[in-house]
Design a binder for this molecule. Sequence first.
Ligand code: NAD
Length: 297
Amino acid sequence: MTDLPFLDQVVLVTGAGGGLGRSHALLLASLGARVLVNDPGLAVDGSGGAARPAEETVELIRAQGGEALADFHGVETEAGADAMVETARRELGGLHAVVNNAGILRDVTFRKQSVADWAQVLAVHLDGSRHVTKAAWETFCSQGYGRVVFTTSASALYGNFGQSNYAAAKLGLVGLMNALKEEGAKFGIKLNAIAPMARSRMTEGILPPEILERLDPREVSPVVAYFASRACAVSGQCWAVGAGRVARAAIVESQGWKAPAGGWSIDEIAANLERITDLESALPLANLMEASAKLFS
Ligand code: NAD
């Protein structure tokens, strides 16, 4: 690999005014990418708005000799997403990868959750990633090349108290990725997700300080750079990454139990619980066709 794997490439990073997004943008720019730094500068709950965070990331990139431009649109509207892609193409000369990183939190127990808490979190994470990916899709298809990085969360993969809106949105992204990897393959488009763990204003208050200290966002960004690069050899995968550890997280299916022909009882299901739930030789499945083939194997 060359020293500058993103030379002549343009990457759009959403929510790049701070935290993980800024770290991704700085690394990608140092690897030669021209970066569109998107961020409307919102508070963790999605309120407010400021130009400074995105501008500051751009200044940091320029200070290290890189090329970047700020964009202040919100990802949650199709018009905002279209405008970002248009700016990348017009001002930076194209688009090769999109890093869907923008996010907010409205943590609240399900009992107390309002429709607004639910809808706003889904709008930013799920609709936002959809809109930005969709805005880039035609460019990727017609040039026969594209990379999309989604940002999911261990909270969604495994569950966390008070985050039902966030978990639904973040796992929705995995479903979106699973479907799009099928549609994107013939156009040279690869889509993958990270489930990061990093110190940021989002996790300050949630994780204890001694853990936060060990969670430098810069130990997440190399995976984003890999997924966003030409070198990326996988599509439709989700990697958990933090504190310098990288591991694949996958939805798997157990070998299962073949029920007797002609129907079976609740008691028989109970009696075969171990075989149904045993993940010892469980495997991920490539797509719906493989899942349906497994039923008859
Ligand atoms: P952060 O709050 O520092 O960064 C989020 C950024 O997104 C902010 O700069 C914010 O202004 C921007 N943003 C919010 N709404 C937006 C919108 N509508 N359009 C465009 N930008 C918007 O937090 P972070 O920890 O750096 O989070 C980055 C991503 O990583 C988020 O998607 C988050 O859910 C995800 N994540 C983070 C962790 C972690 O450990 N930090 C864990 C799992 C997932």
